[in-house]
Design a protein around this ligand. Structure first.
Ligand SMILES: Nc1ncnc2c1ncn2[C@@H]1O[C@H](COP(=O)(O)OP(=O)(O)OP(=O)(O)O)[C@@H](O)[C@H]1O
Ligand SMILES: [Mg+2]
Length: 335
């Protein structure tokens, strides 16, 4: 089956709405997800990520607007859509009491694979996901990272055209996150489109070609990583001085030389200048001019780095609040 539609879009939504009582969980979302890419949906707790994914995966019926997956309406052609998508949920779905192999073989059989084919495919996936050694262990004895990997393995037993990964690395340690990221890259390399929700800005940055930032049920920004970053700034210059007594003067020099926002760090010798975007010179040019100016004034710089703006800064600039603001207490209640 081709994964291409005439539009080249795997997902297209217009004015998608879902309400729960008074809560407009999804409040008029427009998305256009190109086929064959990783698309990141980035937002804090309660932003509406899971609700959006569930409507696209036909698990929840929208209250308004439209959504098409590979050109098929998620309500009127739900069966067709279901045949082409797979979902790895935020809260996992494999059977705790079965082993890794038993889970995958069982699911494979449910998907209609023969006994032999189901075993072969399970073995391949366990191997590819670094779970061969744990294949015979009950899933309840898996670590969080192993658990997440077996969940993803289970959702790609049949290679789906579109895979939804709902916060695939929340709560994982850095090493396990990297393993999951490698898996996502491998899945996309095989032609599957991935819609990934995340609260981690670096995760969207690492994996996604385009990102939609959602907040309180609305898309507040959309674009390539570069476009999103450009809406915030060209980056930051981080400086450490030899002498803390020179910091007030350094602050002034930087402010004048760069016409930038300068921030004093808790470390008494450190300061950060946020570079502007509306300038014709590059971040590197601005930074070298600042260094030259500091040297001319007799300020000794011990250490210097030029950083790209983080997606955290993007979020702050777009919403006026940081990503740690929770909008509700659903998680505490659910936990
Ligand atoms: N079944 C439900 N009944 C009532 N309210 C719900 C239900 N599901 C979600 N909500 C509410 O809708 C809003 C969006 O929730 P959703 O789970 O989509 O957010 P999310 O972005 O996935 O958050 P998280 O990062 O915590 O998973 C929240 O205010 C939530 O409390
Ligand atoms: Mg969620």
């Amino acid at each position: 089956m081709s994964t291409q539609t005439t539009s080249g879009l795997a997902i297209e939504t217009a004015g998608l709405v879902k309400t729960f009582g008074e809560t407009r969980a999804v409040d008029g979302v427009d998305l256009a997800v190109p086929a064959g890419t990783v698309y990141g949906v980035l937002g804090p707790n309660g932003a509406g990520k899971t609700t959006t994914v569930k409507m696209l995966a036909t698990l929840l019926r929208p209250d308004g607007g439209q959504a098409h997956v590979f050109g098929h309406d998620v309500v009127r052609e739900a069966d067709v859509v279901r045949g082409r998508v797979s979902l790895t949920g935020q809260y996992a779905s494999v059977d705790e009491d079965l082993t890794g192999t038993e889970n995958l073989v069982l699911l494979g059989r449910l998907l209609g694979h023969g006994k032999h084919a189901a075993r072969t495919r399970s073995g391949q996936l366990l191997e590819a996901f670094g779970l061969s050694d744990a294949a015979g262990k009950q899933v309840k004895h898996y670590s969080g990272g192993m658990r997440r990997r077996i969940d993803i393995a289970a959702s790609i037993l049949n290679t789906p055209d579109l895979l939804f990964l709902d916060e695939p690395t929340t709560g994982l340690d850095p090493r396990s996150r990297n393993q999951v990221w490698d898996i996502v890259r491998a899945v996309v390399a095989q032609g599957t489109t991935v819609l990934l929700t995340t609260q981690y800005l670096d995760e969207a940055d690492q994996l996604a070609s385009r990102i939609a930032v959602i907040d309180r049920g609305k898309v507040i920004a959309e674009g390539t990583k570069g476009e999103l970053k450009a809406s915030v700034g060209a980056g930051s210059v981080h400086l450490r001085l030899r002498d803390p007594a020179q910091r007030p003067e350094a602050e002034q020099v930087l402010r004048l030389a760069l016409n930038a926002d300068v921030q004093l760090e808790p470390d008494p010798v450190a300061l950060t200048a946020r570079l502007g975007t509306a300038r014709s010179d590059s971040a590197a040019e601005q930074a070298s001019r600042a260094l030259a100016e500091l040297a001319r004034t007799g300020i000794t710089v011990d250490n210097f780095s030029l950083g790209q703006p983080s997606l955290d800064e993007v979020f702050l600039a777009l919403t006026g609040h940081d990503t740690h603001d929770a909008h509700d207490s659903k998680d505490e209640v659910a936990a």
